[in-house]
Structures are given as structure tokens and as C-alpha cells.
Design a protein around this ligand. Structure first.
Ligand SMILES: Nc1nc2c(ncn2[C@@H]2O[C@H](COP(=O)(O)OP(=O)(O)O)[C@@H](O)[C@H]2O)c(=O)[nH]1
Ligand SMILES: [Mg+2]
Length: 353
């Protein structure tokens, strides 16, 4: 997952590191500014007696000496400009959206440039901390679905939407399985009444997983099926309704108005936009358009296992302002991971400089 991005980030990390190292190793002069603590003067003319002023205890004297031999460094924009341009290119090549790339670069620049940096043992940790903070900033907080369900009146109604073939039906099955393992009762609504074989496909998943499914014959009104699924859940005290729907593009007005009707009838608590990570920038643009036209509360990106570039996963939450909830990472039922930004960033930045 995101192997290409990880590799490129490692390269950008060592490039930034060596740019800063070059500043650290520059000959003494204009750049390095010795730190002269105010208390240092006291060391040069120690107070002769207790009555004339504070007597420096040995530990404090040692501390002052330590400070004197440490140096501060100011990183200038030009010191890291080339390395930041390379990082920018790296992110764009990895399909990170332009505004997100800009935000990451601005964050890294701000955290490195113009500040007094006391150079301790590791330039690399300075760089890694800066990259980590920048990535976490754009990734947002994720979305803890189980916490949401626990804190919400039942049944919690979740509607899945997005374009064809991205993995909506598979995601419904995976999330049903995930929630069942967490101890929640689940019913699936077979809301794709449009595509031939779709009802059977979700039916097979539900049967394998031992999950109740509500379905109508092919060609029926999806709103009616999903309304029935909600009624069933309410009368059987089921915790969660997962509503599958037919794939649609936001440009197809009739299908979007059908989605509008589904929303009015089933009144979902969460609308989840599903797209595939491998679609890169297309997934981000589509998510933006879906959110604009019908609204989305959270996003699932599937096929992250097949995605080396990682751009969609990095960009989507920041671009549409809605959290990434899960990553699909394969075709099996348990190939789904709650999206935890810290873990993803640790994984991306894991490894030597
Ligand atoms: N590798 C991989 N394949 C996936 C993932 N999620 C779904 N798929 C595959 O994508 C194809 C389309 O999935 P489907 O759920 O039918 O998409 P839908 O048209 O959006 O309902 C199927 O072959 C799935 O097995 C995933 O996370 N990783
Ligand atoms: Mg489907």
C-alpha cells in the first residue's frame, strides 16, 4: 500500500536532511550564532560574596557552559528551496492534489524556515517531525464508526454511494462483517435494483456472512427497498442499516435525483462516498462533486492494496473537508482498515533516512 509514495517521501526526507546538514556544517560565520545566555556574564565575574549577588551553584555553571558551546541555526528559505521544490514534484507525481501539495509544502516550509533551530543530535528528526505534522494536518482526524454508532440512536442508517465498479457492494459486505465482529447487529438493504445481478451479488455476501438482507425484485424503486430495510431494523432492534446503491456519476441528473429521493425516504444518518484509491485525482474530483451535489459525511477508499501512489488517500479529506473512514485493502471480507492517520503517516515515514 502506497509503496511508491513511501519511497519518494524517503528520498525527499534525506534530500531535505542533507540540505539542512549543509547549513549545520557550514563554516562558522554569518550563519551560526552563538547563544549567549544573559547569565553567562555572571560566570565571567562571579559574585565575590553572598551579599553582593547570587552565587552560581556548580550545576548552573555547568549548564551555562553547555549552552555556550551549543549553537543556534537559522534555516533560510534558500537553504531548503530546492529540496522543497523536489518534495512538491514528488507529491504531484504521486497524485496528491495541487491545493493539498501546496498545504503540505507551506506547512513544512513554515516549520523549518526562519526559526532558530538548536541543532542537537539529529537533523533527520527535525525533518521527519516537520513532514509528519504536515501530513497529519492534511489527513484530518479519520472517522471512528464504532464510536459513532455507540453514541447514536438506533438504528444507525448508512447509505453508500459512488460511481460504478469502485467497490461499494464489497465495502458494504466488509463493513457488515466488521460491525458484526464488533458486536453490532446489522441488516443490509439491497438498494442496487438497477444493475443485472446486483441483488444476487449482495445476497451471496449476506448469506456467507449470516447477515439479514432486505431485497425487492430487480427494477424496483431503491427508495422503497431501503425504506423497508429501515423499518425492519427498527422493528427488530437492529443496530445498523447498511444501504447498497447502484453506481452513478454525479453528472447524471436522473440518477442523482433518485439519490435525492433515497435520502428523503430513508433519512440516512451517514452518507458514505466510496471510490477507489487507484483512481488518484479522479477519485478526489468525484468525491468533491458528490459532496457538492448530494452531500457526503465520510469517504471510503477501496483498492488501496493496488495503489502505489497514495495521492487520493492523502488528498481526499483535505479537499472535500470530510473524513476518510476506511481503506479497502483487498478482496476478502476482513480486508478493510479503519483509517487512522497516525498509523498511515508512521508507515509512510517508517525507515531509514
Ligand atoms: N483489490 C481490491 N479489490 C477490491 C476492493 N474492493 C472491491 N474490490 C473489487 O472491485 C470489484 C468491484 O467491486 P463491487 O463491490 O462490485 O463495486 P460496485 O460496483 O461499486 O458495487 C470487485 O471485483 C471487488 O472484488 C479492494 O479493497 N481491493
Ligand atoms: Mg455494487
Amino acid at each position: 500500500m502506497f509503496g511508491g509514495l513511501k519511497e519518494k517521501l524517503q528520498a525527499a526526507r534525506s534530500r531535505l536532511g542533507s540540505s539542512i546538514q549543509a547549513v549545520v556544517s557550514a563554516p562558522t560565520g554569518e550563519r551560526e550564532q552563538p547563544v549567549v545566555p544573559e547569565t553567562a556574564a555572571a560566570e565571567e565575574s562571579p559574585a565575590p560574596s553572598a551579599s553582593a549577588g547570587p552565587v552560581l551553584r556548580p550545576t548552573l555553571v555547568t549548564k551555562v557552559r553547555t549552552l555556550l558551546i551549543e549553537r543556534e541555526l537559522i534555516i533560510a528559505d534558500k537553504d531548503v528551496a530546492d529540496a522543497l521544490s523536489e518534495l512538491e514534484l514528488t507529491l504531484l507525481e504521486s497524485d496528491v492534489a495541487l491545493p493539498v501539495t501546496d498545504a503540505i509544502i507551506a506547512h513544512v516550509r513554515k516549520s523549518l524556515v526562519g526559526r532558530h533551530r538548536r541543532i542537537g543530535e539529529s537533523v533527520d528528526s527535525l525533518v521527519v517531525d516537520s513532514l509528519r505534522a504536515a501530513l497529519l494536518d492534511v489527513l484530518g482526524s479519520g472517522f471512528d464508526l464504532t464510536a459513532y454508532i455507540r453514541g447514536h440512536p438506533r438504528p444507525v442508517k448508512i447509505l453508500f454511494t459512488g460511481v460504478n465498479g469502485t467497490g461499494k457492494t464489497t465495502t458494504v459486505a466488509k463493513i457488515a462483517y466488521y460491525l458484526k465482529k464488533q458486536g453490532f447487529s446489522v441488516v443490509i438493504g439491497a438498494g442496487d435494483t438497477y444493475r443485472a445481478g446486483a441483488i444476487e451479488q449482495i445476497g451471496v455476501h449476506a448469506e456467507r456472512l449470516g447477515i439479514r438482507i432486505i431485497q425487492h425484485p430487480e427494477g424496483g424503486d431503491p427508495s422503497a427497498v431501503l425504506f423497508d430495510a429501515v423499518q425492519y431494523a427498527a422493528s427488530h432492534k437492529i443496530d445498523v442499516v447498511l444501504a447498497d446503491t447502484a453506481g452513478r456519476f454525479h453528472t447524471k441528473a436522473n440518477l442523482m435525483s433518485q439519490l435525492g429521493k433515497i435520502k428523503r425516504v430513508m433519512k440516512p444518518d451517514l452518507v458514505v462516498y466510496v471510490d477507489e484509491a487507484v483512481a488518484g485525482n479522479d477519485a478526489v474530483t468525484r468525491a468533491f462533486e458528490f459532496d457538492r451535489t448530494v452531500g457526503a459525511d465520510a469517504v471510503v477508499l477501496t483498492k488501496a492494496d493496488m495503489d502505489s501512489r497514495g495521492g487520493a488517500a492523502i488528498s481526499i479529506a483535505h479537499t472535500i473537508g470530510k473524513p476518510l473512514m476506511f481503506l479497502g485493502v483487498g478482496q476478502a471480507y476482513d480486508d478493510i482498515m479503519p483509517f487512522e492517520p497516525e498509523k498511515v503517516v508512521e508507515e509512510l515515514l517508517d525507515g531509514g533516512a
